[in-house]
Each structure stands twice: as C-alpha cells, then as structure tokens.
Design a binder for this molecule. Structure first.
Ligand SMILES: Nc1ncnc2c1ncn2[C@@H]1O[C@H](COP(=O)(O)OP(=O)(O)O)[C@@H](O)[C@H]1O
Ligand SMILES: O=C(O)[C@@H](O)C(=O)COP(=O)(O)O
Length: 425
C-alpha cells in the first residue's frame, strides 16, 4: 500500500473526527489505534490516521510516540504527514503541541510548519491568530474550564510560542484570501525571518482549500479537521488521489445491548446527558467514590446489567466545573483524570463481557482509555452522526465486530446520544 496522506492524531476522538472528514472528502481512510502490528490485515487506502493518546501525557513520551508514527507512515509512502490536534488547541504551556511540532519539524527537515486548528463546520475559526469557538474567543469559551487543559489565551501565536523552541509567525486572513501562492510566499518570508511555525488564519472552507494546497508543498502540517479537508481537496485537485464516493461501512448489524459512557465534563456533553435523562436510564457515578476504590465501578455494572436487556444505558462521571475543580484540589488534576478514565475503562470492559457491542464514549481521553482497554486495533469509517463524529466499525480485536462512536466532548447537539443510538445498529 502506498499512502497519499499520513496522519497522526493526538487523541482517539480527534482521530475519528479527522478520518471522517477525509472519508467525506473522498479519501479511502482507516483509523488505527497506535502503529498497527504487521499481521493486522488492512484494506487498500489513501490515508491512515494513527490514533495516539498523547495530548495530556509528559512531553518527551508524546514526542517519542509521534516520531515513531511519523516514521511508520513515511515508510509506507506518505510524503505529507499531518499532525492532528484539537480544534480548540487543547494543550498547556509545557506542551504537547509545541514539543511534537519541534521534533517532527526537525525529522522532516521542514522550515516553517503551517499550523491551523480552524474547523468552520463546528464553529472553530482563526482570525489574526486568535481562535474563536462560535462567537467567543477561546479563553471565554467553555474551554476555559477544561479539566485537563483549561485554555486561558485565545492568541495562538502566543500560546504556541510558549510551548515551542521555534519562533512563531502569522499567516493572516488577508494573505490566505489571496490563495495558495500567496500563502507559500508568506511561509517563505516567515522562514527567512527565522520562524519555525506559522499560525494560519481560516474562516471559510475556501480558506482551507488554499491552505491545503499550500501545505501540500511541504512535508508536515499541523491542525484540526479543517486542515484535513483542505489537504484532501488539494490531493484530489492535484490528481494525486482519485475521489472515491464515501462508502460508509454499514456491515452486519451487531445488535444486542447498547451503552453510553461519558467522562467528558464539557458543556455540550453535560447538556446531552441531561437531555438523554428524559428518555433513558442514566447512572451518575460519584467521582469521590471512584477516587476511593473499585466498588463504584462494580455497582455501575450491576446497575447496567439489570437494565440493558430492555434499554440503552448511560453511565457518566461528568460534573460541572465547580465540582471538577473541588475534586482536583483534593486529589490533584492528573490523578483525578487518570483514575476516572481507568474506572470508565473498567466499566466498559465489564459491559462488553456482558454482551455490549454497541458503545458510545463521550470524551477524548476517556475514549482513549476505553479503546485501549478493549484492545481494538483499528476502525473502518461508518456513517457520520454529526459533524466530527462518525460511526466506527472495529477491525480485528478479541471481541468480534463492535460498533462505536467516540464523541469529542464538545461536539454534537443536545439529542446526540439518541441520534447516535438510532443509527448504530
Ligand atoms: N467528575 C469529574 N471530575 C473531575 N474530572 C473528571 C470527572 N469526570 C471525568 N473527569 C476527567 O476529565 C477528563 C475529561 O477529558 P476528556 O475525556 O478528554 O473529555 P473532553 O472530550 O470533554 O475533553 C478526563 O481525564 C476524565 O477522567
Ligand atoms: O478537533 C476537535 O475538536 C476534535 O477532533 C478533538 O480533538 C476533540 O478532543 P476532545 O474534546 O478531547 O474529545
């Protein structure tokens, strides 16, 4: 297989979001969990999205995993590798976007790396280097309260400069609006001024097309699904890839009980749980009890077992920002995140042992913990549920065919869970 595009995603929900975009744009795409083993049979594809769980781990480890994935993708023919980050630039001053950028840039021999998290379909736009979530600047959006990486600065030139050894410049919207050649010229100018990265404005899909065409002249780019859209359209326009009509896999219905696990504390997820509570049973875990032992997880499984033959069930650890911050003050941010993720992963394993094959997970870190626990090696893309969230069909793995949806905390409307369950046969 010779890849036309290689992608590395810093979390699993982000990976399925990007894979969904590439497939929609006509690239035959699969999502792998980490670097697949040689014995995993993969279909012929144009693009592979290697999912990593490196958004919130120590920077040196994140760098090592991203570099190994980059080498694997390039060995399979990928001339261009995109590093997929969150459309809300989820990171902290110690990384991991900057350190990964620095190392992949050095490995690719790139001068100035184009960086844009814009994803207009979900309301993420960048203007004068400032990221907007809908109408709100990033630092006034719900991301200011994220449990792991609260975002307090909307100016991405500043944010990235704090994380990266490289100087960071800006390709502003006026240049982007003039098209790919103008972007390439600006990148060359930024390179000669000593910049190693360039935050690039984008508001409309036409901006992303120009950005994609310019990025393909380089070996590395960094961004969210909007950049993926631009790269896919660029590859097709250049004739490098033939457009394939999206053939969403429907597969044989897996049937059986269905469950939702939510570890996201994002506002969108909190609203989705509240809405679902009107029509299906929801168990709200006690996070304090989760921090203090295993019994809460066992009780959750017993609760689910009593109900799931009749109805889909939702099990959620999600809390509001005040409660999240209280718990973190008591036990420490990393410890809380890790323990709750692992508790939800243990519940997922228990549910699958009890027959669940249709599973929705809300939250990027949470999805990573769950999918790792279930040891699913890869996914084929199914139908899109909402922008950024596809149905995923497992490839390989010890549990046979499973259907999952990995929902980014911030994505989807209030009725997301019911809508997803309705199409996850
Ligand atoms: N009640 C809670 N209090 C504190 N942290 C929580 C709680 N519930 C879940 N978490 C943690 O919050 C983080 C949410 O991140 P993630 O799953 O990536 O969601 P999102 O997609 O919204 O960013 C996880 O590390 C999760 O374990
Ligand atoms: O780009 C995005 O917004 C998503 O694809 C994404 O990465 C989501 O991350 P989580 O909110 O942590 O799921």
């Amino acid at each position: 297989m010779t890849l036309s595009l290689g992608c590395i995603a810093d979390d699993y929900t982000g990976a399925s979001d990007l894979a969904n975009t590439l497939a929609k744009e006509g690239l035959r795409t699969i999502q792998t969990i980490g670097i697949p083993t040689d014995d995993l049979a993969l279909p012929e594809v144009d693009a592979i999205v290697v999912s990593l769980k490196i958004r919130s781990i120590a920077a040196p480890e994140a760098v090592e995993r991203a570099r190994a994935s980059d080498r694997w993708l390039r060995e399979r023919g990928a001339d261009h590798v995109m590093y997929k980050i969150c459309s809300t630039f989820d990171s902290t001053d110690s990384g991991n976007i900057g350190p990964v950028l620095d190392s992949l840039r050095a490995d690719a021999g790139e001068t100035t790396v184009l960086v844009t998290p814009a994803f207009p379909q979900t309301g993420r736009t960048v203007y004068q280097g400032n990221l907007f979530v809908g109408a709100a600047p990033l630092n006034e959006s719900p991301l200011k309260d994220h449990p792991l990486n609260p975002m307090h600065d909307a100016n991405l030139v500043r944010v990235l400069a704090r994380q990266s050894a490289a100087a960071v410049g800006l390709v502003d919207l006026a240049i982007v609006a003039r098209g790919a050649e103008a972007i390439v010229e600006r990148l060359a100018q930024l390179a000669s001024d000593g910049n190693g990265a360039a935050i690039t404005d984008a508001v409309f899909e036409s901006d992303l097309e120009a950005i994609g065409a310019a990025a393909l002249r380089q070996r590395l780019s960094i961004g969210a699904s909007g950049l993926g859209l631009g790269l896919a359209r660029g590859l097709i326009a250049a004739g490098t890839v033939r457009r394939h009509e999206r053939t969403a896999v429907y597969g044989k219905p897996v049937g059986g009980p269905a469950a939702v696990l939510a570890g996201s504390c994002s506002q969108a997820t909190l609203k989705q749980i509240a809405k679902a509570e009107q029509t299906m049973p929801v168990l709200r875990l006690d996070p304090e009890k989760l921090m203090n032992g295993r019994e809460e997880a066992q009780l959750a499984l017993d609760w689910a077992a009593e109900r799931m033959a009749r109805t889909p069930v939702i099990i959620a650890s999600s809390s509001n920002p005040v409660d999240v911050s209280r718990l973190q003050t008591r036990y420490g941010r990393d410890a809380v995140g890790k323990v709750i993720e692992q508790s939800l992963a243990a519940i997922a394993e228990g549910l699958v042992e009890r027959g669940v094959r249709r599973l929705i997970v809300a939250g990027g870190e949470t999805s990573g913990a769950v999918v790792d626990r279930l040891a699913i090696p890869a996914f084929q893309l199914g139908q899109e549920i909402v922008a950024g969230v596809p149905v995923l069909h497992s490839i390989g793995g010890r549990h046979g065919g499973m259907v999952l949806a990995l929902k980014s905390g911030n994505f989807g409307g209030e009725s997301f869970f019911a809508d997803a369950l309705a199409i996850m046969a």
